[in-house]
Ligand binder design. Structure first.
Ligand code: PRX
Length: 510
């Protein structure tokens, strides 16, 4: 059985997904989208959003999914950088009981994107939104199309999609993944890291706007003919039992989520978990940031009743799929709490010292590199091969540098110690401190800013901003609020610093 199940309860068989995908693919073609064209998808996790990704893949167009919480300016930056010809969106979204104005955000974004010829607008709510000449009512057009569309032939090294992610400098970069290598790696890791068996219901609660959603909501499960859950809500809506009610109702076998949500939910106590039957669960997975011991133990003991394997999976947008995780391992092999542990098949980790030399032996820490290529490794940064080389291969020639530090235990297991560059991780969302600084620098009263990450109990990391004001500024409290709203409108709400501190001057190392 191949099926998508939505957290709202409806389900979609592969046959229906194929029909929807083909109708959408034919609609894109009718409006002039062809092999090699780029298409932005600005949608929450829904069956139609999955069909939009697959429709692009079917006709050889390259999708770039933009997380539907990003601001108009972030969306526009991605559309311009990737040269998108079209955007696919909804009139509105509904998240945690609130309406999200997706089309309005797209309208604002495409004002500055002359390359966008069409915006395809699907209906998520009954509310009418303003439609321009370039806007196309998606479902109406799809209804006119045949549910059959021959797939475009592609080379194994052709692009499948690009996905923007933050680095320590500059604007977010369009990470490029290719057809065969990425799909193979997503499929094999999906099967072996989570011990996915035919007939299992795989519940990855990530958004398709991130790589986790690409690899473990869409491509991995589909390549394996699996059943995948689409989770559109939030862990707290309508109450903190939402995940576990979903586990019970859909009989989820593998549950894959982020430590930030686990830390949040454990504060609400065990009763929200214990109300629901979780006997279907076999594997629990954690991704996106380090999982602390308290969260690991709660996830393992309370959610998994101390009988499910808990896999702390380390990987990145650039790696395509999981690279270090407790599985695969021999039946019954030990799993150490809060440790990613074992390299996946074909992954050869290396730890580097400050002089760029490989650190041998165990019980050592260093910069985490990978010593040989693997199928899921990103191929380039869209439009900027040199930046790709500089960012990942220059510091340690011959090695892929992850940007993370790691510890190798006496037993030879790996534990991720965190980023070694100016990238911070807020609620599992990766962000360059320079991006927040650049946004705040636009305030006329603020000549200088510096942002650092600091430990946050729920979010893992929060952003802390130091700012210098022009001497004649009087309304300092107003400026702080204005800075926060600049960051929300230029990047996204999650990027807003928790603290803004006035400083006399910022002394930087040159
Ligand atoms: O710092 C690592 C952290 O998240 C970064 C990658 O972020 P992104 O490309 O957005 O992909 C996230 C989902 C795969 C890494 O460089 N990270 C990811 N997983 C873990 C982690 N840190 C510690 N433990 C993990 N399991």
């Amino acid at each position: 059985m191949v099926e998508y199940i939505c957290s709202r309860g409806s389900s979609l068989r592969l046959r229906e997904l194929l029909d929807t995908t083909c109708r959408l693919a034919n609609t894109l073609k009718k409006y002039g989208i062809h092999k090699g064209d780029r298409v932005a998808i600005y949608m929450p996790v829904t069956p139609l959003a999955v069909a939009a990704m697959l429709a692009c893949a079917r006709i050889g167009a390259i999708h770039t999914v933009v997380f539907a919480g990003f601001s108009a300016e972030s969306l526009a930056g991605r559309i311009i950088d990737s040269g998108c010809k079209a955007v696919i969106t909804y009139n509105q979204g509904v998240r945690g009981g609130r309406v999200v104005e997706l089309k309005k955000t797209v309208d604002e974004a495409v004002k500055n994107c002359p390359g966008v010829k069409h915006v395809f607008v699907a209906q998520r709510t009954d509310n009418k939104v303003h439609m321009d000449d370039r806007d196309i009512p998606l479902e109406e057009e799809m209804a006119k199309e045949a549910p059959v569309c021959a797939p475009e032939s592609m080379d194994s090294e052709d692009m499948l999609f690009m996905l923007y992610t933050s680095g320590s400098t500059g604007k977010p970069k369009g990470i490029v993944h290719t057809q065969a290598g990425y799909l193979l790696y997503a499929a094999v890791t999906h099967q072996h890291v989570f011990d996915y068996q035919q007939g299992d219901v795989f519940g990855c609660v990530a958004d398709i706007g991130w790589i986790t959603g690409h690899s473990y909501v869409v491509y991995g499960p589909l390549c394996n003919g699996g059943t995948s859950v689409l989770f559109e809500s939030t862990p707290l809506y309508p109450d903190p039992g939402r995940y576990w009610e979903t586990v019970q109702r859909l009989k989820i076998n593998q549950f894959y989520g982020a430590p930030t949500a686990i830390r949040l939910l454990l504060k609400y106590g065990d009763k929200w978990v214990k109300t629901y039957d979780r006997s279907s669960l076999k594997t629990l997975g954690s991704v996106g940031e380090p999982i602390n011991h308290e969260a690991w133990q709660w996830f393992y003991r309370v959610v998994g009743d101390s009988r499910c394997t808990l896999v702390d999976t380390w990987w990145q947008t650039e790696t395509g799929g999981v690279c270090i995780a407790p599985r695969p391992s021999e039946e019954g092999a030990e799993v150490i709490p809060a440790m990613a542990m074992r390299p996946f098949f074909g992954i050869v980790p290396a730890l580097m010292d400050e002089n760029g030399k490989v650190i041998e032996g165990n019980d050592v820490s260093g910069a985490l590199c990978i010593a040989q290529p693997w199928p899921g490794l990103a191929r380039t940064i869209y439009g900027d091969d040199q930046r790709f080389i500089d960012a990942y291969f220059k510091k340690y020639p011959g090695y892929y540098f992850t940007g993370d530090g790691a510890y190798r235990s006496p037993e030879g297991y790996y534990q991720i110690t965190g980023r070694m560059d100016d990238v911070i991780n807020i609620s599992g969302h990766r962000l360059g401190t320079a991006e927040i600084e650049d946004a705040m620098d636009e305030h006329p009263a603020v000549p200088e800013t510096a942002v650092v990450g600091y430990p946050h109990e729920i979010k893992g990391e929060g952003a802390f901003a130091f700012i210098v004001l022009k001497e004649d500024t009087v309304q300092t409290e107003n400026v702080k609020e204005e800075l926060k709203s600049i960051v929300a409108s230029k990047i996204a709400k999650y990027a807003v610093p928790d603290h803004v501190l006035l400083a006399g001057s910022l002394c930087r190392k040159m």
